[in-house]
Design a protein around this ligand. Structure first.
Ligand SMILES: NC(=O)CC[C@H](N)C(=O)O
Length: 197
């Protein structure tokens, strides 16, 4: 079982560290040949418009779409969630997402870097203990389509974590807080799919 971290831009090293701590074999994915051998993929936080440009420049965008469509387990944090969203509001001109998650997200929904914040979230699918969530210019999920499920909401009802089959997305960054349960949950999807193959 090999897990990839999309390593075009953003905090891919932090994700790779968490996944390795959890015992996964991790590779950085920058080329289609690397994408072809992974059993699961994390798309990190960073800047989605840059990630999109680089994914297209590296010939990765279409192979990524194809693997997402074929059921590859993928976990996207922040910019990674934007990449997975079927529809993106406040995107820069010409920005494309990969899609897969039946959601509409709004980029930079919480304001600028200085308005970044932390909060605790109840996420029943991960157990009873609250999840400490750090938001850094994160997106909000403005609407959740029928194929997707909201996993976490802020006190004001805004959705910040979603799941759809093998796809998982969070507006926040578990990879920088020592919160391993999302990565464990993602790895359990990778394991289940690998065993079923
Ligand atoms: N921390 C993040 O990943 C920020 C996401 C960034 N605002 C974007 O649009 O991609």
């Amino acid at each position: 079982m090999t897990v990839g971290v999309l390593a075009l831009q953003g905090d891919f090293r932090e994700h790779a560290d968490v996944l390795r701590t959890l015992g996964a074999d991790v590779i950085h994915v920058r080329r289609p040949e690397e994408l072809a051998v992974v059993d699961g993929l994390v798309i990190p936080g960073g800047e989605s418009s840059v990630m999109d440009k680089l994914a297209r420049a590296f010939g990765l965008a279409e192979p990524l779409r194809a693997r997402i469509r074929s059921g590859l387990p993928v976990y996207g944090t922040c910019a990674g969630l934007i990449m997975l969203a079927d529809s993106v509001l406040d995107a820069i001109v010409g920005q494309e997402s990969l899609g897969g998650l039946d959601v509409v997200v709004r980029r930079n929904a919480f304001g600028s870097q200085t308005q970044s914040f932390e909060t605790d979230l109840d996420i029943p699918v991960l157990g009873a203990d609250p999840v400490h969530a750090v938001f850094i210019r994160g997106p909000v999920v403005e609407s959740v389509g029928p194929a997707a499920t909201a996993l976490a909401t802020l006190a004001d009802g805004r959705v910040v974590a979603v799941e759809q089959g093998n796809l998982l997305g969070t507006s926040f960054h578990p990879e920088i807080t020592g919160e391993y349960r999302f990565h464990e949950y993602f790895l359990s999807k990778v394991r289940a799919r690998t065993l079923a193959a």
